[in-house]
Write a protein that binds this ligand. Structure first.
Ligand code: FAD
Length: 293
């Protein structure tokens, strides 16, 4: 199904997964999916998304795991796709591959330089911005439903939040239909973002990305990678317990429940949970949230 159509009908709950590197990781992912599909008999995610390594570094793995998920479960898939570092031919080939297995939804991203390849040189005809990718995809095949990334605190490299929102508008003007945001922990950043975005005339649904806090190491890593700020209160609450796994997981679940409840009250079109291929926290969060929607 097209996510653009689902969003017109209902509040969406969706999960992000990444393509595992090992057989064990893959087994773990399928256990996670099974768990998320069975913990509540009345619940099914509206879609699941599969990440794509910067510079196309996981493109075969992403494709392979997408196909396995598609074959095994009756799930709507949102395929992440990053253009930076790929040639136009590579992009066209990948689009054809996913179309052939019935993928209808793409999260069109620019991506970054792959961190693990120091002397990475992109091909001369690579696309430099996600807006160019949206346009490129639409020129090849109008039928794809396209989502793009949004940054409630601004993209870390953007000259300003306002400028970043102008570029968001460009992505939507070129043919994207919905937005999934970067993680954030202070809902006020999201509310301010929505206000600015709507002022710019952007009407597309904006789905907040939710990261359940599952460990101190993860929290440090993801705030660093994404540029999302770690509120002082969370730091003070968690730092003294940074080695107590159970404490952090419990805190993370309670924090996400409160965060999502507040967002629902504000009026969001759905939530997208960055699962990190683990089910426990997502499941515990949803057990509460499903009572509220
Ligand atoms: P863009 O929208 O192109 O923006 C990139 C930067 O350029 C911003 O600073 C923007 O302000 C600026 N900009 C945009 N257009 C122009 C222009 N015309 N002129 C000048 N400046 C411009 N990364 C992965 O590698 N794989 C993934 O699977 C992945 N999934 C993600 C999922 C979500 C929900 C989010 C929020 C991010 C994800 N990312 C992923 C990270 C993303 O690839 C990086 O944040 C990347 O740096 C920017 O991608 P973008 O699509 O937002 O780029």
């Amino acid at each position: 199904m097209k996510i653009c159509d689902i969003l017109k009908e209902k509040f969406t709950i969706s999960f992000e997964f990444f393509p595992p590197k090992t057989r064990e990781g893959e087994e773990n992912l399928f256990n996670t999916i099974n768990d998320l599909l069975t913990f509540n008999k009345d619940f099914n995610p509206d879609f699941v998304s599969i990440t794509f390594g910067a510079g196309g570094t996981t493109k075969d793995k992403t494709f392979e795991i997408t196909k396995k998920i598609k074959d095994k479960y009756n799930l709507t898939i949102l395929e992440h796709f990053t253009c930076y570092g790929l040639s136009k031919k590579d992009i066209e080939t990948y689009l054809k591959r996913i179309k052939d297995i019935g993928i209808e939804n793409i999260l069109a991203l620019r991506g970054d330089k792959p961190r693990n390849i120091e002397d990475f040189v992109p091909p001369p005809d690579t696309l430099n911005y996600a807006s160019e990718l949206v346009e490129f995809i639409k020129n090849i095949d109008k039928s794809f439903c396209i989502g793009v990334a949004g940054y409630p605190e601004g993209h870390p490299k953007a000259p300003s939040l306002e400028k970043d929102i102008e570029y968001l508008k460009l992505k939507l003007d070129k043919g994207a239909s919905f937005v999934i945001t970067q993680l954030f922990f202070d809902n006020n950043d999201f509310y301010r973002y929505i206000e600015l975005v709507r002022k710019k005339g952007i009407e597309a649904p904006i789905i907040p990305g939710i990261l359940p806090i599952i460990s101190w190491t993860n929290l440090e890593r993801f705030t660093q990678l994404s540029g999302a700020k770690l509120p002082q209160k969370i730091y003070e609450d968690l730092y003294p317990h940074k080695d107590d796994k159970d404490y952090i997981i419990k805190y993370g679940i309670e924090f996400s429940i409160k965060q999502i409840e507040d967002l629902i009250e504000f009026g969001i079109p759905g939530i997208h949970i960055f699962t990190l291929n683990k089910s426990y926290s997502s499941k515990m969060i949803l057990k509460e949230i499903l009572k509220k929607i």
